[in-house]
Design a protein around this ligand. Structure first.
Ligand code: NAD
Length: 438
C-alpha cells in the first residue's frame, strides 16, 4: 500500500520504518524539517534500538521517504496514519492542538484529491475525540463527508519505548476501530505481515481500550510497588512473592475478576484487604492504591442504591442474596448491605436466593441470619415468581443460572436492574432492562 505517516516521533518513526520493511511504500510527514531531513538521509530521528538500521535500509531501497508537505503526502498515498503527540495540559486534559491541526491539513489536501482516502488515528485519544475533533476538522477543510468522501479508523499503538520495533512485530493484538467495514479493510491490510490476533470494534470502543490498557498497566506497577514496600517492611522478599503470585494464571493473571459489575464481598476479600491495610498502618506505610480499594467498593454499592432509588419505585425484588451464585455465605455480602440501605429508603423488599432459604440453612449461616440480619430474614421469599409478582423493580444480585429465565418472564411495566450482566439477549427481556456500569 501507499501510506503516509503524520508525526515522526516515537510512534510515527517506528510505524513508518516497520511498514516500509513490510513492503509498503511510506511517506513520513513532520513539521520539523530536521526530522524530515534525518529520515531522508537514512538516520533515525529518535533513539530506539534497531531503528537506525531499519530506516537506513528502507530509505536506501526507496520504500521510505519524508516530507514537510502534507498535500504531497496525502496525494501520493491512499491511507494516512496520524501519529502526532497528544500531550497533557497542566490540568491533566489532553492538548489536542497537534491532532486538530494535522486533521485540518489532511482535509485541506483531500479537497484537491478525487479518490477515497482513509485517515487512521494512531495517536492516543480519549473516547469521542475522533468523532468530535478529527472527523469535523477533515469535513470542514476538505468539503467532503465522512463515509462517502473519506474514511476514518482508530488503530491504537501498544509499543513500549526501548522495545518498540520488537513490540511492533509482536503486538498482543492489532486493534482496528471503525464504523464502516470498507474503511477497516485497508487498515487491516497494513498488518498483513504482523502475526497477531486482529480485533475490530467501533471507533469509540477502540479509543477506550487504549485508556483501559494503559491505566491497567499503571495500576499493575503501582500495586506491585505497594506490595513490595510492605514486603520490605516485613522483611519478606517481594520478588519471590510476586514471581510466585504471577504463576497463578487462573485468578491472578487472567480475565477473572475483570468484568465490570457489582461490588465484591464474601468472607475473604473485604476481610483480607482490611487486614493488609491495617498491617501497613502498623508499620507506618502508606499504600494509597490498596488503601482506596474498600472505599471504591462501597461506592459501587452506592451506585447500585442510587440506580434503584432513582426509579422512584418502592416495591423492590432482589434475586440473589449471597455475594456470588452457588453459596449460602452472607457474610459481607454487598447485596445484604444494599438491602439494608433500601429498607432505610423506605422500600418494601422481597428477596430470593435458592441457597439462602431459611428452611434449608443450618449452623453458622442460619445463626448469622438470625443474629446479624433478623430484620432481613422475614423478607426472604420461597419462589422467584413471588419476587416477580410483588415487585416493580427487580434487582439481579448474582449469576445464579435460573435468573436469566426469571428476567425473560418479567412484565413490560417492570424495571430490571442487572448488577452482574446475566448472559442473555436484552431484546428478550420484556421489562425495561438496565445495567450497573455497563
Ligand atoms: N511514545 C510511546 O511509547 C507511545 C506509545 C503508544 C502510543 N503513543 C501515543 O502516540 C502519539 C504520538 O506519541 P509520540 O511519543 O510518538 O509523540 P512525539 O511527541 O514523539 O512525536 C510527535 C511528532 O509529531 C510531529 N507533529 C506535530 N504536529 C504535526 C503536524 N501538524 N504535522 C506533522 N507532524 C506533526 C512533531 O513534530 C513530532 O515529531 C501520542 O498520542 C502518544 O500518546 C505513544
Amino acid at each position: 500500500m501507499n501510506v503516509s505517516v503524520f508525526g515522526l516521533g516515537y510512534v510515527g518513526s517506528v510505524s513508518a520504518a516497520s511498514f516500509a520493511a513490510d513492503g509498503h511504500s511510506v511517506v513520513g510527514v513532520d513539521v520539523n524539517p530536521d526530522k524530515v531531513a534525518s529520515l531522508n538521509e537514512g538516520r533515525s530521528p529518535i533513539v530506539e534500538k534497531g531503528l537506525d538500521e531499519l530506516i537506513r535500509d528502507n530509505a536506501a531501497n526507496g520504500r521510505l521517504r519524508a516530507t514537510t508537505s502534507s498535500a504531497e503526502a496525502v496525494n501520493d498515498t491512499e491511507l494516512s496514519l496520524i501519529c502526532v503527540g497528544t500531550p497533557s495540559r497542566k490540568n491533566g486534559s489532553l492538548d489536542l492542538r497537534y491532532l486538530a491541526r494535522v486533521a485540518e491539513q489532511i482535509g485541506e489536501a483531500l479537497r484537491a484529491k478525487d479518490s477515497y482516502h482513509i485517515v487512521c488515528v494512531r495517536s492516543t485519544v480519549l473516547p469521542g475525540t475522533t468523532h468530535d475533533v478529527v472527523i469535523p476538522a477533515i469535513e470542514r477543510t476538505s468539503g467532503k463527508k465522512y463515509g462517502t468522501g473519506f474514511g476514518v479508523t482508530v488503530n491504537p499503538e501498544f509499543l513500549r519505548e526501548g522495545t518498540a520495533i520488537y513490540d511492533f512485530r509482536n503486538p498482543p493484538l492489532t486493534l482496528v476501530g471503525h464504523n464502516y467495514r470498507s474503511d477497516a479493510d485497508p487498515t487491516q491490510a497494513l498488518y498483513a505481515n504482523v502475526q497477531a490476533p486482529m480485533v475490530t470494534t467501533t471507533i469509540r470502543t477502540a479509543e477506550m481500550i487504549k485508556y483501559a490498557s494503559n491505566t491497567w498497566h499503571a495500576l499493575k506497577v503501582t500495586f506491585a510497588n505497594e506490595v513490595g514496600n510492605l514486603c520490605k517492611r516485613l522483611k519478606i522478599d517481594s520478588h519471590e512473592v510476586m514471581d510466585i503470585f504471577c504463576r497463578d494464571e487462573k485468578l491472578n493473571l487472567s480475565s477473572y475478576y475483570l468484568k465490570p459489575g457489582f461490588a465484591f464481598g464474601g468472607s475473604c476479600l473485604p476481610k483480607d484487604v482490611r487486614a493488609m491495610q491495617y498491617r501497613a498502618k502498623e508499620v507506618d506505610l502508606e499504600m494509597p492504591v490498596i488503601q482506596s480499594i474498600l472505599t471504591s467498593n462501597q461506592l459501587q454499592i452506592r451506585h447500585a442504591l442510587d440506580e434503584i432509588v432513582e426509579t422512584g419505585k418502592k416495591r423492590v425484588g432482589l434475586l440473589g442474596f449471597s455475594f456470588k451464585a452457588g453459596t449460602d455465605d452472607l457474610r459481607e455480602s454487598p447485596i445484604v448491605i444494599l438491602a439494608e440501605a433500601l429498607l432505610g429508603k423506605g422500600c418494601q423488599l422481597c428477596i430470593y436466593d435458592r441457597n439462602v432459604s431459611l428452611a434449608r440453612l443450618v449452623g453458622a449461616n442460619k445463626d448469622y441470619i438470625n443474629k446479624q440480619i433478623p430484620h432481613l430474614s422475614s423478607l426472604l421469599c420461597d419462589t422467584i415468581q413471588d419476587v416477580i409478582d410483588k415487585s416493580d423493580v427487580i434487582v439481579i444480585g448474582n449469576q445464579s443460572p435460573e435468573f436469566a429465565d426469571a428476567v425473560r418472564a418479567t412484565r413490560p411495566d417492570q424495571i430490571v436492574i442487572d448488577l452482574v450482566r446475566l448472559p442473555l439477549d436484552p431484546l428478550q427481556v420484556p421489562a425495561e432492562y438496565r445495567g450497573l456500569c455497563w
